[in-house]
Design a protein around this ligand. Sequence first.
Ligand code: GLA
Length: 382
Amino acid sequence: MKTTIRTKFEAFYGGPGALYTSPGRVNLIGEHTDYNLGFVLPGAIDKAIYLELKPNNRDQVRVYSVDYNETVEFGIDSAEKPEQQWAAYIYGVIKEMQKRGAVPGGFDGVFGGDVPLGAGLSSSAALESVVGFALNDTFDLGFDRMQLAKIGQMTEHNYIGVRCGIMDQFASLFGQQGKVLQLDCSSLEYKVFPFEPQGYRVLLLDSQVKHSLASSEYNLRRADAEAGIAVIAKHVPGIESLRDVTFEMLEEYRAEMEEIWYRRCHYVISENQRVLDACQALESGDYETFGQKMFGSHDGLSKEYEVSCPELDFLAEKARRFDGVLGARMMGGGFGGCTINVVRDSEHDAFVDEMCRAYKQAYGIAPRVIDMVIGDGACRLE
Ligand code: GLA
């Protein structure tokens, strides 16, 4: 991909630009907790979006997408969002930077990547992050990585219509090879944990179900949780998010809530605890317990938060019964995309064969198998 980008850039603009990259992410545990100001445990992956870029000294942005084989051009100060969704991400990042007082200049760019699209690996966050990182570096805008993550997140809110949390952009910008990052989404402080289960590896199985419902349902989940918080906040001063809510409070005011709000809130509080427990297990090298927490996370996502789907439940259940799998669960926003599995090296092939066979029998299509390793976050490539 890098070579293709270099070649296209040279051909279009007659000379090289600077090449940047920002990766997709996995999340080991802590799902739908970020926008509830709880804990997540993501890592960056070795699949990324690459962007080559060069200032053009005009106030125009001109970008070619390798994957879509099209060029979009718009004025850097344009008030009109481009029609193409991929270009809207770039436009949104620029607008969010401008809102914060920065003045990025016009540029020519070519981008593409190998983050599988629509598989829940945050290709969109990778795009926002690489654009933010590259513009920040090229035009010396002075943002730090956390500010770039927020710029990406607000691009989703304001230009894409998904009220996402900060996990994906954070992971894409802060990732470290072989490490997972426990982010406290309230304070935005994070702790780094090595993730090196000896004799095991992380494997993704893409259900191939495209999460088309995802953004509308995603925003609804967020609203359910907010409704639950509002009930408790009427009684308990200072409650601003589910982070401030205990199981005791939830039980005490349960009668005033719709059952569904209760379940959503119960899931989030439980999932936060699972992240903390899982990290404690990591500290003592207890991957067995870690895996159990992953299974618990899947159950909660499926039954309480209701963001799974039959295909993901099938994959998670089947993995749970497979000897040699430490943990497995659906990953990301849900309604499709991948499961994440921690599988014994020696069982890898047998696991893949069995999962493909069974899934194909049930759904007529094999899952896409995505082998990956945990890699580094955004950077400039030489
Ligand atoms: C999507 C969002 C993230 C996060 C996950 C669920 O990936 O972009 O912010 O909420 O879903 O954990």
